[in-house]
Design a protein around this ligand. Structure first.
Ligand code: XMP
Length: 485
C-alpha cells in the first residue's frame, strides 16, 4: 500500500521545468491581444492582478492597476470599515458620470452661484425649475458679471444640450465635441437631472484608454474577505467593490465551502474563490456557483506552507489541473504566486490560467503600501507573507491556521524587495515579455496561447542555458535586471 502510494506519485511541473515550443507565426508581438477575464463578468485589458496583501494592494496600487488595464484586490488585514473606505476611494478616483449633481434655481443670485462653484470646485451648474432642467450656468457666463442684483436666469444658457441617462461615453464625447461644450447634463424621462458628463473627465479617460472601468466609467476594484466574513462581503459590495475574493490558504475545506454557499446568496457581484490546487477542489467550488478560481498552494515568493506543512502542488501542474475543469464551465482561473519573470506569465497562461496574481513583483513599486528602506546603498520596500508573524500580529489575518487563541504557526516570511519604480513601468515590461512570447508561439490572443501551444520539459542544464551564462554581465536590460534581487 505505502510503496504503491509513492509509486503513484504524479510527476508535476513548475515554471522552471518547462519552456514553450516556438512555432510558425504570423503574430507580431505588438498586435498580440492580451485582454482576458479575471472572473465571469470582470473583463480586463491585461491579465495581471495585484495580490490582496498588506504590502501590495491598497488604494494607490488598486488605482494604478485599474488604470493600466489590470485589477487590484484590496487586502483584508484591517477593519471592515477601513477596507470599505479604501474601496470607496478607488471608486471615487475617477467618475465619468457624476451622479450627485449640484444644481441651482433660476432665482439663485449670481453671487451664490459663484460661491457654490468656488466651494465645490465645479465649473458649471445645471439650472432646475420644478425639478426639471431648464438651463445651465458656467463660470464663463458669470465671470464678468458684477451686478449683484443679477440672477442665474439673467445669464444662463437656455437651450441647454442634454442627453439621456443611458448614453454611452463615446456618444457623449461626440456631443461634447460637436457642440464645443464642456458639460453634458443627463436627464431621465421626466426631465430630471440624474447625472453629468464633463469634457475634463473624458480627457482623463483618454489618458488611460485601457483602464478597467465599470459602465459608469469608474475604475474597477476587487476586495478580499475571510472565508466566513459574510458581513464584510456585504459592506464591501455596498462600497462599490466589483468583485469579492475569498482569501484563504485552503479553500477546499468543508466549513469554508458551507460558508461560500451563504456568501454567494448575499452577493450580486462576482465571487472569486481560492486558493486551491486540484481539479477536485475546482469542481467543488464551481458547483457553488463561484465566478472565478484562484490557484496556488505554496508557490509564492514569501510562502513557507510547503516547507511547514509539507503540502502543495507545483504551480504549473496546479494551474493545469484546475483549468482542465474550469474551462469546461467557462470559469476563469487566476494563477496566484511564484511569478518571477515575464516568461513565467506566458507559461502560466499556456498551462491554462486566464490571468496571474502578483505579490513580489509589485511590492517594490512606488504605489505599494510597503515601507521604503535603504540596504547597502540600494532602495528596497518591505514585503511580507500574510501568514508571516508580522502580518498575523499586526492585523486580522486568519488566512493561515491558528492553533488556539494566541498561538499560531507562521506560513510566510517577512522580506524586502528592490524598489522597482512605477507600477506602469513594471507592467510595461511584463506585458512586453508576454507579447513577445505570444509572437514566438504564434498566439494572437490569450485563448490561442492557452489552447494552441505546447511545452518541452527541460533539465537543470536546460535551465542553466536559459539564463545568461559563462559571461560577466556588464549591462542588464531593465526587463531582466528589474526582476533580479
Ligand atoms: P508572489 O510569488 O507573487 O506570491 O510573491 C504572492 C502570493 O503568495 C500567497 N501568500 C502566501 N502564501 N504564506 C503562503 O504560503 C504566506 O504567508 C503568504 N502570503 C501570501 C498569496 O497567494 C499571494 O497572492
Amino acid at each position: 500500500m505505502f510503496e504503491d502510494k509513492l509509486q503513484r506519485a504524479k510527476e508535476s511541473f513548475t515554471f522552471d521545468d518547462v519552456l514553450l515550443v516556438p512555432s510558425r507565426t504570423s503574430v507580431e508581438p505588438k498586435n498580440a491581444d492580451v485582454s482576458t477575464k479575471f472572473s465571469r463578468n470582470i473583463k480586463l485589458k491585461i491579465p495581471i492582478i495585484s495580490s490582496p496583501m498588506d504590502t501590495v494592494t491598497e488604494v494607490e496600487m488598486a488605482i494604478a492597476m485599474a488604470r493600466s488595464g489590470g485589477l487590484g484586490i484590496v487586502h483584508r488585514n484591517l477593519t471592515a470599515n477601513s477596507q470599505m473606505n479604501m474601496v470607496a476611494a478607488v471608486k471615487r478616483a475617477e467618475s465619468l458620470k457624476i451622479r450627485n449633481v449640484l444644481t441651482v434655481e433660476p432665482a439663485t443670485s449670481i453671487k451664490d452661484a459663484r460661491t457654490l462653484m468656488q466651494e465645490k470646485h465645479v465649473a458649471g451648474l445645471p439650472v432646475i425649475s420644478s425639478g426639471k432642467l431648464i438651463g445651465i450656468v458656467t463660470k464663463r457666463d458669470i465671470a464678468l458679471v458684477d451686478d449683484s442684483k443679477k440672477k442665474v436666469e439673467d445669464v444662463m444658457v437656455r437651450d441647454v444640450i442634454y442627453a439621456r441617462e443611458n448614453i454611452s461615453m463615446d456618444e457623449a464625447q461626440q456631443i461634447l465635441y460637436e457642440n464645443r461644450i464642456e458639460k453634458l447634463p443627463l436627464v431621465d424621462n421626466s426631465g430630471r437631472v440624474v447625472g453629468l458628463i464633463t469634457a475634463k473627465d473624458i480627457v482623463t479617460r483618454q489618458k488611460f484608454p485601457d483602464a478597467s472601468r465599470d459602465e459608469e466609467g469608474k475604475l474597477l476594484v476587487g476586495a478580499a474577505i475571510g472565508p466566513f466574513d459574510v458581513e464584510r462581503a456585504k459592506i464591501l459590495e455596498k462600497a462599490g467593490a466589483d468583485v469579492i475574493v475569498i482569501d484563504t490558504a485552503h479553500c477546499d475545506n468543508q466549513n469554508v465551502l458551507d460558508s461560500i454557499k451563504k456568501i454567494r446568496k448575499e452577493l450580486s457581484v462576482d465571487l472569486v474563490a481560492g486558493n486551491i490546487a486540484t481539479g477536485k477542489a475546482a469542481q467543488d467550488l464551481i458547483s457553488l456557483d463561484v465566478d472565478g478560481l484562484r490557484v496556488g498552494i505554496g508557490p509564492g515568493s514569501i510562502c513557507t506552507t510547503r516547507i511547514i506543512a509539507g503540502v502543495g502542488v507545483p504551480q504549473l501542474t496546479a494551474i493545469s489541473e484546475v483549468a482542465e475543469v474550469a474551462s469546461k464551465h467557462g470559469i476563469p482561473v487566476v494563477g496566484d504566486g511564484g511569478v518571477r519573470f515575464s516568461g513565467d506569465i506566458v507559461k502560466a497562461i499556456a498551462a491554462g490560467a486566464d490571468s496571474v496574481m502578483l505579490g513580489s513583483l509589485l511590492a517594490g513599486t512606488e504605489e505599494s503600501p510597503g515601507m521604503e528602506m535603504i540596504l547597502n546603498g540600494r532602495k528596497y520596500k518591505s514585503y511580507r507573507g500574510m501568514g508571516s508573524i508580522g502580518a498575523i500580529q499586526s492585523g486580522l489575518s486568519d488566512r493561515y491556521a491558528k492553533l488556539g487563541s494566541s498561538k499560531f504557526v507562521a506560513e510566510g516570511v517577512e522580506a524586502a524587495v528592490p524598489f522597482r519604480g512605477k507600477v506602469e513601468e513594471v507592467l510595461f515590461q511584463l506585458i512586453g515579455g508576454l507579447k513577445s512570447g505570444m509572437g514566438y508561439v504564434g498566439a494572437k490572443d490569450i485563448t490561442a496561447l492557452k489552447t494552441e501551444t505546447s511545452f518541452v520539459r527541460i533539465s537543470p542544464n536546460g535551465l542553466k542555458e536559459s539564463h545568461p551564462h559563462d559571461i560577466k554581465i556588464m549591462i542588464e536590460p531593465p526587463n531582466y535586471q528589474l526582476f533580479q534581487i
